[in-house]
Design a protein. Sequence first.
Length: 108
Amino acid sequence: MSTNSWLRRARCAVHTEREASAQCRGCGRLFCRECVTESEGAVFCSPCLAARTAPLRSSAAPSWVRRWGGQALALAGLVSGLAIFFALFLLLLSAVMSYPAQYWMGGR
Ligand SMILES: [Zn+2]
Ligand SMILES: [Zn+2]
């Protein structure tokens, strides 16, 4: 019967019309050949492969870099922005101070 045909012939979790030919090592679901990727001698579906490669990729950098890297960059940008602003302010101040005193005393 059609009700138990899927038991005998497992189908891909994504393509229900296709026969499954591989089982994901990560989640154990069945997939067709197109839906799995072979990695380190085992097959994984794309979500599991992404989940597997994500920690491997990020392990190259220490955890504090991952956690604080963005904030450190933002802080560095803020600090450099403030430094540029302060330099411009000093420049403006020195330019203003270089004006003759009578300019400020009312004699235009
Ligand atoms: Zn999986
Ligand atoms: Zn499939």
